[in-house]
Design a protein around this ligand. Structure first.
Ligand code: PEP
Ligand code: MN
Length: 260
């Protein structure tokens, strides 16, 4: 199927490479605003935070849900950033659209389910919100491409992919192995689709964020989505992989250099 995509946002809004950063989870208005202010000071223009957290096993913090969409709105108004969150169900997509969230992403577990992607795609029909589609948890190119096609067939044109790596048995270095060569095949099949690297869920640890980001940029990736928050050690989710906003300074400098 031939697809003709539109840019997710004008380059003047995103910078190049596109840098999206923010906490794994929206935990409180204070955590959101302090993180956003510090990221904004670094030059980050797009803020991410999960309000519905897809936990692999039940029992942990599952996000503050709809209430936290208002905190994203506060970040938009007070820090002047664009805001992004994950949607995993049709209801969540409808709530996020109603709250005018600027960008939405579909998480790795959700991309794995054609039913869930289809239901979300139906809700997005007729809207112009940019959608970022993470790779599925397993290395199945068709599932990932199929998710992009389902959205496209519902009229979504502002699309990009997020490469966050794959669960591979026995893997020890990475939380989710990058499998760069496998993803190169995906890129060859959809050469017009922008691709953003998520070194946080790939590496699973702070020391891997910069090297993975640099590898992705050297491979011509269009951007990065990185988990960062004001107090990484106290994070309720994914604490080991979150970095302070100031840690992102060398990466955002690349972004500034490209847009200067
Ligand atoms: C996230 O971005 O916080 C997340 C849950 O990611 P993934 O779907 O890659 O596990
Ligand atoms: Mn996370």
């Amino acid at each position: 199927m031939t697809m003709d995509f539109k840019p997710i946002l004008p380059a003047t809004h995103t910078g190049s490479p596109i840098i999206i950063a923010g906490p794994c989870s929206a935990e409180s208005p204070e955590q959101m605003l302090e993180t956003a202010t510090r990221l904004q000071r670094q030059g980050v223009r797009i803020f991410r935070a999960g309000v519905w957290k897809p936990r692999t096993r039940p029992g942990g913090f599952e996000g503050h849900g709809k209430e936290a969409l208002q905190w994203l709105d506060m970040v938009r108004r007070r820090a002047g950033m664009l805001v992004a969150t994950e949607v995993g169900t049709a209801r969540q997509a409808a709530d996020a659209l109603e709250a005018n969230i600027d960008l939405l992403w579909i998480g790795a577990r959700t991309t794995t389910s054609p039913f869930a992607v289809q239901e979300i795609a139906e809700v997005l029909r007729g809207t112009d919100t940019p959608i970022l589609v993470k790779n599925p948890v397993c290395p199945d190119l068709d599932l990932w491409i199929g998710a992009v096609e389902r959205l496209y067939l519902c009229g979504v044109r502002r699309l990009a992919a997020i490469h966050r790596g794959y669960k591979v048995p026995g893997e020890t270095t990475y939380r989710n192995a990058p499998l760069w060569e496998h993803v190169a095949q995906f890129r060859r099949q959809l050469p017009q689709l922008p691709i953003i690297c998520d070194p946080s869920h790939m590496g699973g640890s702070r020391n891997l964020i910069l090297p993975l980001s640099n590898t992705a940029l050297s491979l011509g990736y269009d951007g990065l989505i990185i988990e960062s928050q004001c107090n990484p050690d106290q994070a309720l989710t994914d604490s080991h992989q979150q970095v302070t906003p100031e840690t992102l300074s060398p990466l955002v400098a690349t972004n500034r250099a490209h847009t200067a």
